[in-house]
Design a protein around this ligand. Structure first.
Ligand code: ZN
Length: 186
């Protein structure tokens, strides 16, 4: 079983991917660099099991360093991250490559980096707002408003005037480009 899954594979598995005219997602999406030089590898993670087992969760070690391809990866501790549905941080595993110094963070597929809500939840919120002009119940309106505003801004910035397919399609397309469509960083 492969270790790495991107949002594309996640959505595809859910049968939610309906854009045959767009090219397949580049494999590199599964590994994303962060602003501080860390690499994030999106992997299949059972959050409930992670919550229960904490640091004893059976993480699957990456086969090689995504930066220099070295096969030597050392455990580098854990970092806490918040996810909706859990009232305390979950421990994400870190690895460090001794050859290039790169730090690798494993993160659950189905979640954008730095977002607590799942991609599916955010997408549902966007669909709800764009089709019924209402926010999803049970999630802070402020958060949902941030997602929607950021998506509109990003769609405009990246897809410009040629884009006439609506915000939901914009969301999916930006995901396919390897972006976090609701990120406020342009
Ligand atoms: Zn390396």
């Amino acid at each position: 079983m492969g270790l790495i899954f991107g949002a594309f594979f996640y959505l595809k598995k859910q049968g939610r991917w309906n854009f045959p005219e767009t090219p397949p997602l580049p494999k590199r999406w599964a590994v994303r660099p962060t602003r501080n030089g860390e690499m994030i590898i999106f992997s299949a993670v059972n959050l409930k099991e992670l919550f229960e087992k904490e640091r004893n969760y059976p993480w699957q070690k990456p086969q090689s360093c995504p930066s220099c391809s070295s096969c030597r990866l050392w455990g580098h501790g854990f970092v806490g991250a918040l996810f909706d549905g859990y009232n305390q941080p979950l421990f994400l595993k870190l690895y460090r490559c001794p050859d290039c110094g790169c730090v690798i963070r494993l993160r659950p597929a189905g979640y954008f980096k730095r977002f607590q809500a799942s991609i599916e939840t955010i997408r549902s919120s966007i669909i709800c707002k764009s089709t019924s002009d209402r926010w999803l119940p049970g999630i802070s309106r402020t958060r949902q408003r941030h997602w929607f505003k950021a998506l509109c801004k990003r769609t405009k910035a990246y897809l410009a005037d040629t884009w006439h397919r609506g915000v939901v399609a914009g969301f999916d397309y930006l995901v396919q480009l390897g972006q976090t469509p609701v990120s406020r960083w342009i």
